[in-house]
Ligand binder design. Structure first.
Ligand code: A2P
Length: 334
């Protein structure tokens, strides 16, 4: 059989990738519905070489939709995801609106696929991009040695902030190279040729919400509230691909060789780890536009008897968002 699939946020950076990935993976789409705000209603997007007119979400009737992929921000999900679910659709939501609710599964397709079947509200949440790529790589290590603590610093590309984030980096870079200025709008300070140690809002504990997502989501997806996570999330002037320097402490000792072996066998992971110049993954040389979670720089921590260091890179729009959402849809129809 085929399915009626709705993309909410079809004109956005993630929505566009969802369309491309549904097509690439030959998902059994019978009818595709493209939805966005009234700003872009009436525009055309392309799916399977055919033009599809974008409709206004606010006036769309969800009856008949089988699967809805939402990526239009938290407030849109809060308002419309329950309406789609009530009309009979299964919603796969890329926002953080429902991720922390106990009765909403939070699924990484390689890590906890069985959770898609326990969805009392008809909504499945897609994890945050940084958590997604980290757990694809860490789950096999956790299963074997138990992870006690994760120290992680992220280097996150501007596409994670949507189209307007990419526009700002491009235009600001061009302006500066022409001895002009472009005032920050999307980001708090200049992003071109700079680094910004803030993603999402500050919380009372001094961490940002992006950092706390790594804490909350890691525990929920691995099903272990005792895992300690200490993140710093940084926005970097890269268009596509998030990178993470991960320092983890396991419960039982594990060697770097064993970690490499586990990762070489892990679904969704590609090990790129030659100790020569360029023998490691970067957003531009490996991740951008591709599906795997790349892991390199695998080594024993010289400062801790049960410490392992890793460098994890992946395309935040693909595995970090659109690809995993489509993989969840594939699990549903399997
Ligand atoms: P629109 O093109 O109408 O603004 P990005 O993350 O790249 O910024 O994309 C956000 C996506 O979410 C876009 O497709 C955008 O549509 C959509 N969107 C934003 N706000 C709304 C809304 N209130 N209702 C429906 N879609 C929305």
């Amino acid at each position: 059989r085929t399915y009626t699939v709705a993309i909410v946020g079809a004109t956005g950076a993630v929505g566009e990738a969802m369309l491309a990935i549904l097509e690439e993976r030959d998902f059994p789409v019978g009818k595709l519905v493209a939805l966005a705000s009234e700003r872009s209603a009436g525009e055309d997007i392309t799916f399977r070489k055919r033009a599809i007119t974008v409709q206004d979400l606010a006036t769309f009737d969800p009856a008949g939709v089988d699967i809805a992929l939402f990526s239009a921000g938290g407030s849109v999900s809060l308002e419309y995801a329950p309406k789609f679910a009530a009309a009979g659709a299964i919603v796969i939501d890329n926002s953080s609106a429902f991720r922390y609710d106990a009765d909403i599964p939070l699924v990484v397709s390689e890590v906890n696929p069985e959770q898609v079947h326990r969805r009392p509200r008809g909504i499945i949440a897609n994890p945050n991009c940084s958590t997604m790529q980290m757990l694809v790589a860490l789950a096999p290590i956790h299963r074997e040695a138990g992870i006690e603590r994760i120290n992680v610093a992220t280097y996150q590309s501007v596409s994670g902030a949507g189209r307007s984030g990419m526009d700002e980096l491009g235009r600001q870079t061009a302006a500066l190279l022409n001895f002009a200025q472009l005032e920050p709008a999307k980001f708090a300070v200049q992003i071109a040729f700079n680094l910004i140690p803030q993603i999402d809002d500050f919380q009372d504990n001094g961490y940002t919400k992006e950092e706390m997502k790594l804490v909350w989501e890691t525990r929920k997806i691995l099903g272990d509230d005792s895992i300690q996570v200490n993140p710093t999330a940084v926005r970097v002037p890269v268009f596509y691909g998030h990178s993470e320097a991960v320092h983890l402490e396991t419960r039982r000792p594990i060697t770097a060789e064993r970690v490499r072996e586990l990762l070489e066998a892990a679904p969704g992971v590609e090990v790129v780890d030659e100790r020569v110049p360029g023998g490691y993954p970067t957003p531009v040389t490996h991740a951008s536009g591709t599906d795997p979670v790349y892991v390199g720089r695998i080594r024993q921590d010289i400062s801790h008897p049960r410490g392992i260091d890793l460098w994890i890179v992946s395309d935040n729009i693909r595995k970090g968002a659109a690809l995993n959402a489509v993989q969840i849809a594939e699990l549903l129809v399997k």
